[in-house]
Design a protein around this ligand. Structure first.
Ligand code: FES
Length: 183
């Protein structure tokens, strides 16, 4: 098969830039595809890096926390407020401090042994984060803490405590507590 030269008028238009050649068109297509591919790869790696980091981030949050003391920190990102508490029996717990209703900040009511959301009177268990009363639809996400020789570290989300019923995951039953919703 022999390549045919474009007619003279077309050659002239090509020289003047009025018409692009097939080669130029293919070159532009390759460049555009490459750019699109690079952008997609960059976006995907950024997203995966972020998700991977969030699920596996290990972050030192304190040197220590005394019994009946608490501290606030950010985890996994700087815009993710969290609260860590050493309960009166010595257990160390941490949760996201963002209410699962409309995202107000929860407060620890140590004497009441609950986390309270003052916005709409939502109450959560200080031990498990389970909803005890009020409108929050879900427990507070729990953060796994590790006590190491040099401090306390947040080490990822706590594995959800749920159980399978007929192959489906079900939430744990709400804890018995005096704040429990009357239904
Ligand atoms: S925002 Fe927490 S109960 Fe409404």
């Amino acid at each position: 098969m022999t390549a045919t030269r474009p007619p003279e008028s077309r050659q002239k238009r090509l020289k003047e830039g009025g018409l692009i050649s097939r080669r130029d068109y293919l070159r532009m297509l390759v460049i555009a595809s490459g750019g699109l591919l690079a952008a997609t790869a960059g976006l995907a790696s950024g997203v995966f890096r972020r998700h991977g980091a969030e699920s596996g981030t290990v972050k030192r949050v304190a040197a220590s926390i005394d019994r009946n003391q608490m501290l606030t920190f950010s985890y996994p990102g700087d815009d993710d407020p969290a609260i860590a508490m050493r309960l009166d029996d010595g257990e160390l717990v941490a949760f996201s401090s963002v209410c699962t209703h409309l995202s107000c900040a929860v407060l620890w009511r140590r004497e009441e042994q609950v986390l309270e959301c003052p916005c709409h009177k939502g109450f959560f268990s200080e031990r498990s984060g389970a909803v005890l009363a009020g409108p929050p639809p879900r427990p507070l996400p729990r953060i796994r803490l590790e006590e190491r020789p040099d401090g306390i570290y947040a080490a990822g989300p706590e594995v959800k405590r749920s159980r399978a019923i007929n192959g489906k995951l079900a939430e744990r039953p709400r804890e018995q507590h005096r704040y429990r919703n009357e239904t």
